[in-house]
Design a binder for this molecule. Structure first.
Ligand code: C2E
Ligand code: SIN
Ligand code: SIN
Ligand code: FE
Length: 395
């Protein structure tokens, strides 16, 4: 049900100016596209005093327009998609770059009721204008519906919406570029990690995924912010990157390593540290600590430096629990897979020895979720294999 605001009064010129200033200020600090779109839609709903504001963005690859938010009707996370070459209002505005103002939407054949159907919203009047970047390229469409005083949108509203669209356009473009770079960075990290693990593990992707999920859950259970937990999640696949420097005869040895071989194996931490040394981005700085210190132990008996307790960076204390748990649960050329609950018992037993007791307590909390992650793995594992199952590596 659409609920109109109790105060149908219009904003004064001064109030509008204030909102414009606030609009610009609130947008300028936000680089995350989803959040930015939320802010813009909220501000526009307030500024134009409308029942709904929807922002459609062009998806050039798919030749579509999409929207994740339809403000005010519990639709926040539903994605709406319309074809760019369609015959609806949104498509027309995106194609022509012109504003369309419908005093009574349902009477116009170009208006599609699809969105109203899923949102339980009844559009009366509607105004849609193009969202352009600084050079005039159409990025998407702004659509507002139902002024709270029930009157159709007028020239004044068109002017304000276009002004807001101009302000919002450049902010959205920056956020999109930022997001593209961010996604590219994560993809690069992930592909690099796959390269490092590719040789010695039969199911690299699952292994890296599980370690990053466990690390993420551990960070959250330790009380870290979602943002920090995400950095840990994204850095964790790189913890063994130093293994790229190891020769096959050691990395792939289908049995126990000799003490000399194990000494060489240990150097994967030092190599990892070197590979990531001097990194600038937050995620790679964390990956650096993880790769260098993920074999340190709480009681000081680990390598390469024999650091103990809080001397070991928290990121490394987290990923080591995830790494050992996963290594125990899966098959390796030198060991069979342990049943999940036995691996869990081992983690508990090593609290205060190998692992930070706080991390183990956190692991205890998240174990019900972790157990589900491994539910299908334990039955599919080649429990007693002695040779690597190479054919599965790329699956
Ligand atoms: P990885 O296979 O990823 O194992 C990571 C860590 O999980 C190990 O670090 C160890 O702390 C734990 N872990 C794995 N399997 C077992 C196990 O059966 N029992 C116990 N108690 N812990 C286990 P660690 O020992 O420092 O080894 C580092 C890496 O060295 C391993 O990574 C693996 O690639 C290699 N490695 C270790 N031992 C052997 C071996 O006997 N043969 C071969 N071919 N490689 C080995
Ligand atoms: C359209 O007419 O293309 C869509 C209408 C809407 O989003 O409400
Ligand atoms: C990553 O976050 O870049 C890789 C781990 C994952 O896919 O969750
Ligand atoms: Fe390692």
């Amino acid at each position: 049900m659409q609920t109109f605001r109790p105060d149908n009064g219009k904003l004064s010129a001064e109030e509008k100016l204030n909102l414009l200033v606030e609009f610009g200020a609130r947008m300028s600090g936000e680089l995350r596209l989803d959040k930015l779109l939320d802010i813009i839609a909220q501000q526009i709903t307030k500024l134009l005093n409308v029942g709904r504001c929807t922002i459609y963005l062009k998806d050039v690859e798919k030749n579509e327009l999409w929207s994740k938010i339809a403000q005010g009707h519990g639709l926040e996370h539903t994605e709406i998609r319309v074809p760019l070459n369609g015959s609806g209002i949104i498509s027309i505005v995106a194609r022509t770059g012109e504003t369309v103002n419908l005093p009574n939407a349902y009477e116009d054949p170009r208006f599609s009721m699809d969105v109203d159907m899923v949102t339980d919203f009844r559009t009366h009047s509607m105004l849609a204008c193009p969202l352009k970047n600084n050079s005039g390229k159409v990025l998407g469409v702004f659509q507002v519906a139902n002024k709270s005083d029930g009157t159709p949108f007028d020239k004044n509203d068109e002017g304000i919406l276009m002004l807001l669209a101009t302000l919002a356009g450049s902010a959205i473009e920056i956020a999109k570029l930022y997001q593209d770079v961010h996604v590219a960075q994560l993809e690069t990290i992930y592909r690099l990690a796959v390269t490092a693990e590719y040789r010695d593990q039969q199911d690299t992707r699952a292994h890296l995924k599980n370690i990053s999920i466990i690390s993420y859950l551990l960070a959250l259970a330790l009380g870290m912010s979602k943002k920090d937990a995400e950095l840990i999640k994204n850095a964790s696949p790189l913890h063994d990157i130093g293994k790229v420097a190891l020769a096959d005869n050691i990395l792939l040895k289908p049995g126990k390593l000799t003490p000399e071989e194990f000494e060489i194996m240990k150097s994967h931490t030092v190599y990892g540290g070197r590979i990531l040394e001097g990194a600038h981005s937050k995620v790679l700085k964390i990956a650096h600590k993880m790769s260098l210190y993920h074999h340190e132990k709480w009681n000081g008996s680990g390598y390469p430096k024999g650091l103990k307790e809080e001397e070991i960076p928290i990121e490394a204390r987290i990923v080591t629990v995830a790494d050992v748990f996963d290594a125990l649960c899966v098959f390796r050329v030198y060991k069979k897979a342990w049943p999940t609950d036995e691996a869990y018992e081992y983690i508990l037993k090593e609290s205060g020895h190998s692992f930070d007791p706080r991390c183990v307590a956190a692991f205890k909390k998240i174990y019900p979720s972790v157990r589900k992650l491994y539910a299908h793995i334990s039955v599919n594992q080649p429990q007693n294999k002695t040779a690597p199952a190479k054919e599965n590596k790329l699956s």
